[in-house]
Design a protein around this ligand. Structure first.
Ligand code: RAM
Length: 348
């Protein structure tokens, strides 16, 4: 409990640190890098899953803050649907504008690789963040340990439903690398709960209307459903809103997943949702911003053991070695559990 409270304070105060860095940037001052040799005036393209998702906007805000504090420029560019095809024109635009690098949240693990290869050939550095790509020569900025996210989501639900009953997953796009890797570990963890049966996984494409449609389909196909895990901030907030107005469902149904405390606060405080998880997306963005600026400045290489400082986060981060299913990566930290006792403390 104490540890959780400390983490809550750390998460909240790092959001405060964010504001301070922006303030410094506004006065024309920049944060010092670990090596002190970062280039200034570089332009980076931020390519989120889509431009409509509030989570992605928070993360891009974090990237832009870090870049601005270093004297660099950020351009956010993407489509409105979570598909690789909608992101490719933004990669092309980054190449045409001679950007120094790209930070991308992949809507697909491999479909973006030919375009990203073109960008690398043109001299751009590639960082993926939030949702990885499987292409060579890029650095992945990971929000939290993939296995830990999948495992803890199942454990949270199991605790709330007495480890028994039909459960379902309401995910984002069917091709999203991040959700699919978490789901892989959810399925693995579900084996530890023989009385919990995964009956369906549905995909709302991180679009509120689609998420609602597939949720309603799920509820009518499985009237005895006991639990839903929605590992997407769009899915969980859509489902929470629906359950809030259909409270009789709460007699047998429990919802958890990954949500933004700002969007989920209402539903946690009124008892629709007991707990859910996330990390600080602004901090994730800042970490990605420092990483891409260092890579483009040549102060670090995409190599395990390389270190760079993230002044707004008050830490130096180290590139981790490639592991099964991922290339070299940097880890922000563990996921955090939000509930009635802490959900109102957070600004994101
Ligand atoms: C949605 C997106 C994003 C994911 C969060 C948890 O906003 O799918 O990629 O990290 O949920």
């Amino acid at each position: 409990m104490k540890i959780k409270n400390r983490t809550a304070t750390a998460l909240a105060s790092s959001a405060l640190a964010t504001v301070l860095v922006v303030g410094l940037g506004g006065f024309g001052l920049t944060s010092a890098s670990a090596s002190g040799t970062l280039k200034k005036g570089q332009t980076f393209y931020l390519i989120p899953k889509d431009t409509l998702n509030p989570y992605e906007t928070l993360e891009d805000g974090g990237i832009a803050m870090a870049l601005k504090s270093l004297g660099d420029k950020a351009i956010v560019s993407s489509g409105t649907a979570d598909t690789a095809a909608a992101q490719i024109p933004s990669i092309q635009a980054a190449i045409q504008h001679h950007a120094a690098g790209i930070v991308i949240a992949g809507n697909d693990p491999s479909a973006l690789c030919p375009s990203l290869a073109q960008a690398r050939k043109a001299g751009l550095v590639i960082v993926s963040s939030d949702s990885d790509v499987t292409c060579p020569n890029h650095l992945f900025i990971n929000q939290a340990n993939t296995q830990q996210i999948g495992t803890s989501e199942v454990d949270l639900l199991a605790k709330e439903i007495g480890s028994s009953g039909q459960v379902a997953i309401l995910s984002a796009a069917a091709t999203a690398t991040n959700q699919n890797s978490w789901i892989k570990y959810m399925k693995q963890q579900l084996k530890k709960y023989p009385k919990m049966k995964l009956v369906s996984t549905v995909y709302g494409n991180d679009d509120p209307a689609t998420s609602l449609t597939v949720l309603q389909g799920l509820l009518s196909a499985y009237p005895n459903l006991r639990g839903i895990i929605s590992p997407t901030t769009v899915g969980i907030s859509t489902a929470a809103q629906y359950l809030d107005t259909h409270k009789s469902l709460l007699k047998h149904l429990t919802l958890t997943g990954l949500g933004l405390p700002s969007q989920m606060k209402k539903y946690v405080l009124d008892g629709t949702v007991k707990s859910f998880e996330l990390w600080n997306p602004i901090n994730l963005g800042q970490l990605a911003g420092y990483a891409v600026a260092n890579l483009a400045s040549g102060t670090i290489k995409i190599k395990a053991g390389q270190k760079f400082s993230a002044p707004a986060l008050g830490k130096t981060y180290t590139i981790l070695p490639a592991a099964a299913g991922t290339g070299p990566s940097v880890l922000l930290g563990p996921p955090f559990v939000f509930n009635k006792s802490n959900v109102a403390k957070f600004k994101f």
